[in-house]
Design a protein around this ligand. Structure first.
Ligand code: COA
Length: 256
């Protein structure tokens, strides 16, 4: 692993994209390393929540690595987009383990698309977010045209993508793109605090909730039907037995 760092503290893993001299731009190798890390962490029974952030105080991720695709033709570009979506962006969105994006600076292009693939976002007050692809003669290719309107609404997404403009952290919060804005020093502590709160709940139920919520945004699925199915499945889990028993015994649940 040359491009990412992984820290595991108690039940929380923090993945840091570590290419600060390139503002953590996503090259092919980083995308593969992130895929491998998420795959391993998802099956690690000790890890309940994953935080994703960028190294340094300037950037979360300043986009896909432009130097890698400048000379691509149509078929290479199509493969780049498809492969990236499968390996990383759709992969994170559908991960069973909750993923929080800690946006510590620029989140542009593929960087904002990466943050939007996470289950929710927290930003530091120096963060700047946007999808500037049309200023390069291209469009977002890692799910940005789909996830931005889901999060902020169609009109705002149209304007942001067409104008290639950047939002500051407060604007992003007003848009509903990030849930909290704090200082850089407070960013990871807040994400960890949120992660600890999440980690106390049933991981089985959280995975089922992720699955049902995501179905709302998948036109090939009936979200209500998925909810019914996931709701039913919870009843065969040990967590359901523990959660309901603990409630009736007037004690805190101890989910394994
Ligand atoms: N791909 C490849 N390299 C990138 C990059 C990207 N998306 N974003 C930044 N870098 C590199 C720069 O080329 C530079 O490398 P160098 O020192 O070897 O020349 C280094 O990171 C630092 O970036 P620099 O542009 O000098 O920093 P800055 O503070 O002047 O500007 C940004 C910061 C984020 C405004 C600017 O880097 C930028 O516009 N990046 C591209 C954003 C973008 O269009 N992303 C969408 C891509 S589809």
């Amino acid at each position: 692993m040359n491009n990412i760092l992984i820290d595991k503290t108690e039940k929380i893993a923090t993945i840091t994209i570590n290419r600060p001299r390139k503002l953590n731009a996503l090259n092919k190798a980083t995308i593969q390393e992130l895929h491998n890390a998420f795959t391993t962490l998802e099956t690690d029974e000790n890890i309940r929540v994953i935080i994703l952030t960028g190294c340094g105080d300037k950037a979360f991720v300043a986009g896909a690595d432009i130097s890698e695709f400048v000379d691509f033709d149509v078929s290479q570009a199509t493969v780049l987009s498809k492969r990236g979506q499968e390996l990383l962006f759709d992969f994170i969105e559908n991960l069973k383990t909750p993923v929080i994006a800690a946006i510590n600076g620029f989140a542009l292009g593929g960087g904002l698309e990466l943050a939007m693939s996470c289950h929710f976002r927290v930003a530091s007050n120096n963060a700047k977010m946007g999808l500037p692809e049309v200023s390069l003669g291209v469009i977002p290719g890692y799910g940005g045209t789909q996830r931005l309107p889901q999060l902020v609404g169609k009109g705002k997404a149209m304007e942001l993508i067409m104008s290639a403009s950047m939002l500051n952290a407060e604007e992003a919060k007003n848009y509903g793109l990030v849930n909290y804005v704090v200082s850089q020093e407070e960013l990871l502590p807040l994400c960890k605090k949120l992660a600890i709160k999440i980690s106390k709940n049933s991981s089985t139920a959280i995975s089922a909730a992720i699955n049902a919520i995501n179905a709302n945004f998948d036109s090939s699925k009936n979200g209500y039907a998925i909810e019914i199915e996931q709701f039913g499945k919870c009843f065969e889990s040990k967590d359901f037995t523990e959660g309901t028993t603990a409630f009736l015994e007037k004690r805190k649940p101890n989910f394994k």
